[in-house]
Design a binder for this molecule. Sequence first.
Ligand code: TEU
Length: 549
Amino acid sequence: KNDPKWWKEAVVYQIYPRSFKDSDGDGVGDLKGIISKLDYVKSLGIDAVWLNPIYTSPNDDNGYDISNYREIMKDFGTMEDFDLLLKEMHKRGIKLVMDLVVNHSSDEHEWFKQSRSSRDNKYRDYYHWWPAEKGKPPYRWSFFDVNSDAWKYDGQTNSYYLHYFSQKQPDLNWENPKVRYEVYDMMKFWLDKGIDGFRMDAFQFASKDTTWPELPKGYEKNIIKYYGVGPHLHEYLQEMNREVFSKYDIMTVAEGAGSSPEDAMQFVDPDRKELNMAYHFESVDIGKHLKDFGLVKYKEIFSRYDEAFKNKGWLSIFLANHDQPRMVSKFGNDTPEFREISSKMLSTFVMTMRGTPYYYYGDELGMDNIRFNSIEDYKDVDTRNKYIGLKNKGGDLQAFLEQQKQTSRENGRTPFQWDTTQNAGFTTGTPWLKVNPNYKTVNAEAQEKDPNSTLNYFRKLVKLRKQEPAFVYGKYTLLDKENPNIYAYTRDLNGKKFLVLLNFSDKDANYNIGFSTHKSKIILGNYKSRKGIKANILQPYEAQIIELK
Ligand code: TEU
């Protein structure tokens, strides 16, 4: 029933290439920079790296707007650099998962340039067009558009084109088999180089009902429900599997998978031959901060998904990525007193749950939200366009900026903090995005020397997960369900049983799991001492992994 697979046992480390390491002083991270830090990456104990897009792009959305799928972005280096990166990773036993961004391309992609040039161009049907003589197209909501309008008028052919994301990210027409087979060819180009998998960006949105029915009022508040699983999406995934995936030993992961565990299962049920695993957004989309939605609700989400996947299918587990604020600022506590300890607690959670962990660069150091004060500091199309949209409507800009300090995804994109030298050792030039000023205390170099650092604690967690298959395959059982402060669960497999206790609050908190652990031993924890602490009490943000006897 466990059906062991390497991608279930893997720990994935996500690298945001713009912000990891700059090798040439232009202020932007690059492939040579990553190569120079591979020994560090290896030292974490991880098995695979997921790299955000590194293809040629005008960077309206930091590489998620691709103008050439078979080239490396100049800022990041050359194809030779890429080949070397892959070789150096494989040499160290690290697999490489690439981002596949094919719900949309850049408007500067040759396909789109052709497509927009005339109504009878042979690339016309590579995108979605609505002729203006039919009036305005039925409203579609856009993630990044200043007016949240996904149709953009294009004078050249007196038509509107569809863009679920920014105006520079026109949606590809997946209903056109030519588009699909072009993409399959491109995927094989990378797979034949030897890459180990794809993370399927926004792919749940790829298939659309091209009769463009009117959607109910307010549908944009439940966007995944209406955009999430288009009419032919699963046919296309099965076709892609047949044409591409089935020919390689790779891992594939859906970014977003509908709006329920049942939807998600459809993407990854092995009998359906689509993708290997999926990640859902329920646990990150529930609110701004844990204290707003509460731990009980949080536990309910993870437990409901685990329940739905206990017999088949596979999920990924993550608390952060490049679209999220920093994990410690959202689910933990990033005040100086608790930043370290709560980072360790959250890492304990990610590394002891069922599902493949995706761990975001810098979280191993306890990096936290930068909280920009001015709109000028933001580079992100999401924040900038929302700001402009609000400004046009005369909205409260100050309140918006205040809220972005907690929610902006750029909080999680600041340069990696290597050491105490200028710009945290990230670049000798001017970094493309400000470095978090706390780098003087929060950096990898300092943490290497400290056996109790968050970095070294993370390494221990990875090692433990790799040693004990119970953390990968073991049954998950939630305990003390209604406890508002403590997340307690067991993982068991073949007679081995582990108890994980996590205090998500800043106070001592007690728990009631219904059995005694006095014969058992804490095999890993984030506090040095429990002197004077009662058995069923956890200290603020304390984490314990206990092997039950
Ligand atoms: O994000 C797709 C996407 O839909 C997310 O905005 C998602 O809804 C959100 O994270 C849920 O909390 C992907 C990329 O990850 C993002 O960086 C890109 O900007 C976007 O696609 C467009 O390519």
